[in-house]
Design a protein around this ligand. Structure first.
Ligand SMILES: [Zn+2]
Length: 156
């Protein structure tokens, strides 16, 4: 029998997206960096804001050696695939990302993987609803001390 979806089921599964995140560690004993367990946020659809809860940074809860020191976090932002919405999303670290850093000291920084976006004069860089999931990505390093975020492109 042919599988059918009700309107409600269809709305539930279309354009689902979620963020992923992990802690990053440095271990002086061997001079190596370690990546903690990858955590995933709740899948969302439409123009809902995605987020991810990182939980504890304790090495033992993240599968890294217990003498590794947590130095930062890394998370992803999602594409914005549903073209039926009218609001764009600014790329790069969000207000929530900066708020998270404020829990620590001024030397705190974070890493987010997002899109390069499209520049809008006097406004900033944005992704628009319905853009391509394969649009050029960019890594942003953002700081708790007021320093402007650094951007690292993966394309030449
Ligand atoms: Zn974020």
């Amino acid at each position: 029998m042919k599988k059918e979806l009700t309107k409600e089921e269809y709305a539930k599964i279309r354009y689902k997206r979620r963020e992923a995140a992990c802690f990053i560690y440095y271990r002086p004993a061997d001079g190596q960096y370690y990546i903690g367990k990858i955590k995933y946020g709740e899948p969302v659809s439409g123009d809902a804001q995605a987020s991810v809860y990182l939980g504890s940074s304790l090495p033992v809860e993240n599968g890294v050696p217990k003498d590794a020191i947590c130095i930062t976090t890394c998370h992803t932002h999602t594409p914005f695939l549903d073209g039926s919405f009218e609001q764009e999303r600014e790329v790069g670290p969000s207000k929530g990302d900066y708020d998270y850093l404020k829990n620590g000291d001024e030397s705190n920084y974070g890493i987010v993987l997002d899109y390069v976006g499209i520049h809008v004069a006097d406004k900033g860089d944005f992704v628009f609803p319905g853009h391509s999931v394969t649009d050029p990505p960019q890594m942003y390093i953002y700081y708790n001390n007021g320093r402007k975020a650094d951007k690292y492109s993966f394309i030449d």
